[in-house]
Design a protein around this ligand. Sequence first.
Ligand code: XMP
Length: 603
Amino acid sequence: MIDETGSQILVINCGGQYCHMIARRVREAGVYAKVCSPSRALEELGQAKGIIISGGPSSVYETGAPALPGALWEKGIPVLGVCYGHQLLASALKGVVKPGTEHEYGEATLRVSGQDSLLKGVNDRETVWMSHGDEVVAPPPGFEVLARTETCQVAAMANVDKKLFGLQFHPEVTDTPCGPTILKNFVFDICHCRQDWRLDGLVDALKERIRAQAGARHVLFFVSGGVDSTVAFTLCTAALSPERVTGVFVDTGFMRKNERPEIERTFSARGWHNMRYVDASDLFLRHVGETADPEEKRRIIGDCFLKLQENLESELGLTKGNWLLGQGTIYPDTIESGHSQEAAVIKTHHNRVPAVQELIRRGLIIEPLRDFYKDEVREIGKQLNLPDALVRKYPFPGPGLAVRCLCSPESLELEKRPAELDKLAAAAGLRAWRAPVRTVGVQGDHRSYSHLVILTGEASLAGYGEVARVMTRKVRNTNRVAFLVAPADGRCLERGSVTRSLITKERLDLLREADALSHEMLLREGLAEQVWQFPVVLLPLTRGRGETIALRPVASRDAMTARHANLPLAFIKKLADRLMKLPGIDMVLYDVTDKPPATIEWE
Ligand code: XMP
């Protein structure tokens, strides 16, 4: 049940991408956890039995970096610092923190030397997930080093008597398999928490919350047909009745093939008549088609939605003060938009553009799912009896294909086998090219926007992935690596270039076809379960005749971290051959980067 009165664990948010996942993992263990900012740590402490300090984008030695009141260490309450939190703990207690010799992103092997208390039950060698630039080089007096990695000498440290612990890696992400053991050791053995937090009765509690927030007001909802907006809309309608909730499906022109008929079927099967359909593709395309910049696209899309909402206001007879705007925003969307004071902006979620932020400030937004992660949203959807196919649907971003249709403001040449990249690729018998197409990444809690690296030559999927991992670590300004699947001969990139292009209906139609074909084949070959999400991206990279499709299937649990999906190479090649038959497709790439350092979507 949701208990807002007190928490057993207080998670202090220093702006890390995974901060809320810490709270989520603690809740999964059956213990209520609450998140707060560093400046409110003492006030929010209440009866908490333990404190976890999250990671964050800052360096402890920077002015203005998040700091904690000294009194916090003196309370005798157990503290666990994670990543930035670990560095903060070290520097506050007179240890030494310095920029690392190498930035460490992604997987690392932990060598454990102290297996009691925090690391009880953890093997001598464990795979852990790292994402940091700085590191603790000397622990504070009274602390012992519990574990290290090849490049990080103090990967875990403890002062057991004072119950103070630090971890440079992230125990909260699924890519640290021993993470749940470590968090449970902290929560139960060290903090002695009760296991009394459950999700039973969640739907009723959420409906109650919606009724309390809405009062007598109506709710207007943009429903995209994706899991989040559909579950949020269903929840609001169930809480307030169809008379008080209006759903609007807007065809932005950035939807996937056959999206609207599927949505119509879902809601008419429920007997609901509170959904309207609006074709606004001209409006969106006219505005978004003017920019090549991903953040600008997101801002424009958010603004177009608000423009439509203003029109709908008068059309639906909504008067000032008697309605709210409903949104299907979920936890990661709020975090990655830099929602907390300390977090760096990775991508501005379309639900978090400035105009929406203003509505939030004025209390005019209702977001029933904003505290939940995707798998919890699916669980809520199940409790609402939504069809299984819908609840299990792959996530699709609000801005839709607009952020999967990459643009270039000018025509540019491909950088042919730059030495620093080619050397790393050559170690695996591959070659590397740098395309002048930039994509978004998240590195050490910061947003990056860097040029794409393309590998050519034959390797296993794991082989390509390993080169990607090394490259993104060692070469600055590299956040995404893909290999060329078709055509088979990589020398075609000698003629590769990027053409000036913005978003057009023709390009979107081509992308829609490629997207539909890719998903159909995945389903037909029985591989859908191996993939958490499958963005298909169009980029204006050409060897003279058309454009390039990049395949980005990922395995993930909640989008905060992801791995490139391990699909059979034979399938990837078969799919690429089919895509190459689409008129206008010149090349096919497969993205082999994990998140971090690349985000799931390319923009
Ligand atoms: P990234 O690309 O940041 O994506 O790794 C994480 C998850 O969020 C989805 N995403 C969005 N969803 N509006 C949405 O509703 C957005 O603006 C947006 N941007 C990214 C993305 O598809 C992935 O599941």
